[in-house]
Design a protein around this ligand. Structure first.
Ligand code: ADP
Length: 473
């Protein structure tokens, strides 16, 4: 009995430390907006990088023709072809080929990497049917999605700052990745021009905006998390003097690295961070994204097992870092069978804990719920932070020198493009996020805000950007 009380104590303490009252979320919203300001004011002014994408125009919808993209950002690599019919929303055709990146390539040389990419591209182009031959004097335009931290120097160039997600190709760090791809393409004798270098969130925003011009931001919540949005040039203090081709630019926030003392941090987060290969880095991401949620839950369950005997002796499976992947955690969370059969199966098969009684299974579900609810609500606060920064949260504030009213009548329709398996495949996560958005904004304002799921924005959006940066038009 006292042991059961101890387990409940662990749960209660965890739940309290994860509290995301609407008051707390509003503090996170404010902190996000403040950090965005600071990151735009000066280089290194905030943990938010607020990287310039140099994308100052998004596709108008009038683009025509066939455009390509290669998309590399994690375990998969894709080549795509998009055919545009010149009428907004009419993507006439889209073919893609996906393959997983051979493990040894992730730590090889840039020559091997680009040879792999261009060989795939060459095969892809050679397989094309008739009708896709080039007109004389034309080249194929390609968008290159490269989802690692890049310092852009133009919409079609930028150098790699550092590798993440298990990649380590040292000789590419510091080099212009678009130029490297262009050279490799030339060496293969392909008539391809790398006309856009794109971060995946920028691709998401671009695709969302193509379908719906009220789209102002792109958010990805998958293995990692990041967001970008359309900012007025006047607000980007750190790029004064830059050539202006329009009044706006897409800013890649790199929001995974956001940090604020208002974030509800638990001892489990502190330990996870300390044990990670990048301590003090990506603090927001470590509370929100798919790479970490299962691991936070595992740490809480481990603690419960150590404090009591309700899980029997502590199993090696439960002690193994990252052994509970987020997709399995979501299966346990959403187990609707009366006896929580899936929970029992996963505890047994994955964590090596057999014969868990029903009331302990319920406890496990509760842990998953707390972890995911906090993650989804913090992501919602991040999104509202963006809306606040650009004056779309209905709170009034000053835009273009005019004071805006606080009534919802002058609130413009606002769309945020969103992608990533956490939002699209994990129902509870999506529902908690949507619910928190309404709680923070209030129903009157929230009715003007739409989260729109896009698909393959990282690839299709890059092809769209190649189209609008094409020299052929
Ligand atoms: P990316 O790796 O490009 O971010 P995804 O958006 O598909 O790709 O995200 C994959 C991540 O999402 C995985 O790392 C996994 O943690 C998580 N994930 C995938 N499916 C689910 C699911 N059904 N429930 C919860 N998390 C999931």
């Amino acid at each position: 009995r006292t042991r059961w009380n101890r387990v409940l104590g662990v749960l209660k303490e965890f739940e309290e430390a994860c509290s995301t009252s609407v008051g707390r979320l509003r503090q996170v919203v404010d902190a996000m907006a403040v950090e965005m300001h600071a990151g735009l004011a000066s280089e290194g002014g905030s943990k938010l990088k607020m990287s310039l994408s140099f994308v100052q125009k998004l596709p108008s919808g009038n683009e025509r023709g066939i455009y390509y993209a290669v998309d590399i950002g994690g375990t998969n690599f894709r080549v795509l072809r998009v055919q545009l019919g010149g009428k907004r929303s009419a993507i006439v055709g889209c073919d893609a080929e996906r393959q997983s990146i051979p493990q040894e390539l992730m730590t090889s040389t840039s020559e091997d990497l680009f040879d792999f990419i261009t060989s795939s591209l060459k095969q892809f182009i050679e397989k094309e049917g008739r009708g896709s031959e080039l007109l004389p004097g034309r080249r194929r335009d390609l968008g290159f999605t490269f989802s690692f931290p890049v310092k852009q120097t133009s919409a079609s160039s930028g150098h790699l700052i550092k590798w993440t997600k298990g990649f380590r190709i040292e000789d590419l760090v510091g080099r212009d990745v678009a130029e490297c791809l262009q050279q490799a393409v030339n060496k293969k004798g392909l008539d391809v021009r790398v006309s856009a270098l794109v971060n995946d969130t920028v691709g998401t925003l671009t695709l969302g905006h193509y379908h719906d011009p009220d789209t102002v931001a792109g958010v990805i919540i998958g293995t990692g998390t990041n967001a970008c949005y359309l900012e007025g040039m006047d607000a980007i203090i750190k790029c004064q003097g830059l050539l202006r081709t329009s009044g706006v630019m897409v800013i890649n926030m790199e929001w995974g690295n956001f940090w604020s003392s208002h974030l509800p941090r638990t001892s489990y987060d502190v330990d996870l961070d300390a044990d990670s290969p990048n301590p003090n880095d990506q603090g927001f991401e470590k509370m929100i994204s798919g790479m970490y949620l299962g691991e936070i839950a595992r740490r809480v369950i481990l603690r419960m097992a150590q404090e009591s005997n309700v899980f029997g002796p502590v199993s090696p499976g439960l002690s193994m870092p990252f052994n509970l992947r987020t997709p399995l955690m979501s299966v346990m969370h959403e187990d609707e069978s009366p006896d929580l059969r899936e929970v029992a199966r996963i505890l047994d098969d994955t964590l090596g804990i057999p014969d868990v009684p029903l009331k302990v299974r319920r406890l496990v579900v509760k842990v998953c719920d707390i972890v995911t609810r906090r993650a989804a609500r913090l992501a919602a606060a991040g999104i509202v932070g963006i809306l606040k920064k650009i004056g779309r949260d209905g709170s009034g504030g000053i835009t273009n020198g005019r004071t805006r009213g606080s009534s919802d009548s002058n609130m413009r329709r606002t769309v945020v493009a969103i992608e990533g398996a956490l939002y699209t495949n994990y129902r509870s996560f999506r529902e908690y996020l949507n619910e928190a958005l309404v709680e923070i904004l209030g129903e009157d304002i929230a009715q003007h805000v739409t989260l729109q799921v896009t698909k393959d924005g990282s690839g299709v959006g890059a092809a769209l950007l190649a189209a609008c940066h094409s020299s052929n038009i």
